[in-house]
Design a protein around this ligand. Structure first.
Ligand code: HAM
Length: 463
């Protein structure tokens, strides 16, 4: 007898499935607020920003500057070495961090060091001189936020390489002046100084240190420290007591070597020739260590704005060489866009006026709605700036919007027009209506709006 082996089904042992514990979220709540010292530029402010960008870019073209865009992040020592270890920017204001790969990097606190790095890296020294480079974008400084002082601010930055003659200094100062004039900020003061080359700077530094040492007990704590690592900076300290001391300090212009004196003298002659509103400020030293010879700052003359410079710059003839490049003199400056825009508002300068649509496209019924998107794109391709409100169904509400926008023509695409391959053109001023064939529509609109006007030029600069 064959015994059938009875295979018993294996008992399925039910494993106790662990229910996932609902862990309490340890994440911090999202703070719905931008970081301190950083601002959104909202749509209602964009007309000022657009104007500032347009002025910056037009002047760059007019003065022969080519645009360069450099990364926001660089190796941190590019800044610490070249801006200077004893400067506020490097000591207190850098956004520096170590990447996952272990690189020590920093958000750029200014453009110049990065532009010099790029100049050397890409062998721009072989280009015909001067090599003029223009940049625009944000920079980061962990400063104490206050009026006109942000942790993220935008600069329009101009740097020119390879020319030592002071005529270039004058042209750069002229460009900074034109910038403010073109923005509509007419009342401007330019301050200039010469801090000399490394040789006269060294002699002057020791004279200054001797003087400051003799007044040490009258200086603020910061300036006592500056005496050790950056005595020049004591000259532009805003503390009252330091201001009193620096008023009687030896002046760099009195201690320039022969070459630096001639350089400064000819610069002043050029500035006179240009009739620029400048004055010599012997305490102007700038907050970055790389400067030599010419330094300058530009201020608005309005009372409220006097404490903050709109822009500043100067020569940095040794920087490219100290960074490892060929000996290349250079000069540049940057304008702070937030400050320039605040000043435009203060003096009620005109912002950019964006072109307004002169045509409205209204549609009625499902079929027309479907066709209207294509028609809209046809008008756009032909440079006819058109407004619409595709989400609305009723003709009345669409015409209301057309009226509010003040357009000259409304195109009406209804069921009948769609089937006939036509469009109704309504003159909003007279109420007159005309039906035109869809393939002749573009020409008909151009004719009605006096052809040339309808191609909305996007460079209506209000300088
Ligand atoms: P800077 O004077 O440090 O120069 O900055 C230029 C301009 O940026 C200032 O005049 C100001 O308008 C604006 N600015 C500076 N810091 C702030 C801030 N915390 N908040 C708002 N605006 C600010 C430089 O950066 C040099 N790299 C300029 C230069 C270019 N020199 C030679 N080439």
């Amino acid at each position: 007898m064959i015994r059938k082996k009875i295979i018993k089904p294996k008992k399925v042992v039910k494993k106790a499935v662990k229910k996932p514990k609902l862990e309490k979220s340890k994440e911090e709540p999202i703070i719905l607020q931008g970081l301190r010292g950083m601002k959104d530029v909202l749509p209602q402010d964009q007309s000022y920003w657009e104007q500032a960008r347009r002025v910056a870019e037009k002047l760059a073209r007019d003065y022969g500057f080519s645009r360069i865009d450099i990364p926001l992040v660089e190796f941190a020592n590019l800044f610490t070495r070249n801006i200077g270890a004893g400067t506020d920017i490097v000591e207190k204001e850098m956004y520096a961090f170590t990447t996952r790969g272990g690189d020590k990097v920093a958000l750029r606190p200014e453009f110049t060091a990065g532009i010099c790095r790029s100049f050397i890296q890409h062998g721009m020294n072989v280009l015909s001189k001067p090599v003029k480079l223009f940049s625009i974008g944000p920079v980061y400084r962990y400063d104490r936020p206050q009026e006109g002082r942000f942790r993220e601010h935008y600069q329009a930055n101009y740097d020119a390489f390879g020319e030592e003659d002071s005529i270039l200094d004058a042209q750069i100062i002229q460009l900074a002046h034109r910038f403010t004039q073109n923005l509509g900020i007419k009342n401007i003061q330019i301050q200039v100084n010469s801090i000399g080359c490394p040789i006269c700077k060294k002699n002057y530094n020791s004279l200054l240190v001797n003087y400051l040492e003799s007044k040490k007990n009258k200086l603020c704590q910061d300036c006592k420290r500056r005496l050790e690592n950056n005595p020049l900076r004591a000259l532009d300290c805003k503390e009252d007591k330091c201001f009193q001391v620096s008023a009687a300090a030896p002046q760099s212009v009195d201690h320039l070597c022969e070459e630096c004196r001639t350089h400064f003298k000819t610069l002043l002659e050029y500035l006179d020739e240009l009739d620029l509103p400048y004055s010599i400020n012997s305490r102007l030293v700038r907050g970055l260590d790389y400067y030599t010879r010419t330094v300058f700052e530009i201020y608005s003359g309005t009372e409220d704005a006097k404490k903050n410079s709109l822009g500043g710059g100067g020569r940095y003839d040794r920087l490219i060489k100290t960074m490892g490049g060929e000996d290349t003199p250079a000069i540049g400056f940057a304008i702070g866009l937030e400050r320039a825009i605040a000043e435009m508002k203060r003096v009620q300068a005109k912002p950019y006026k964006s072109p307004k649509p002169r045509v409205f496209l209204a549609q009625l019924g499902n079929l027309a709605k479907k066709k209207s998107l294509k028609l809209f794109s046809e008008l756009e391709k032909n440079g006819i700036l058109t407004a619409e409100s595709f989400g609305r169904g009723s003709l009345k509400s669409q015409l209301k919007i057309a009226n509010r926008l003040g357009v000259e023509l409304t195109l009406i695409l209804g069921q009948k027009e769609t089937l006939d391959g036509t469009v109704l053109i309504k003159n909003m001023a007279t109420g007159a209506q005309e039906t035109v064939s869809a393939d002749k529509l573009v020409d008909a609109i151009k004719k009605k709006l006096k052809t040339d006007n309808v191609i909305v030029l996007h460079n209506n600069n209000h300088e």
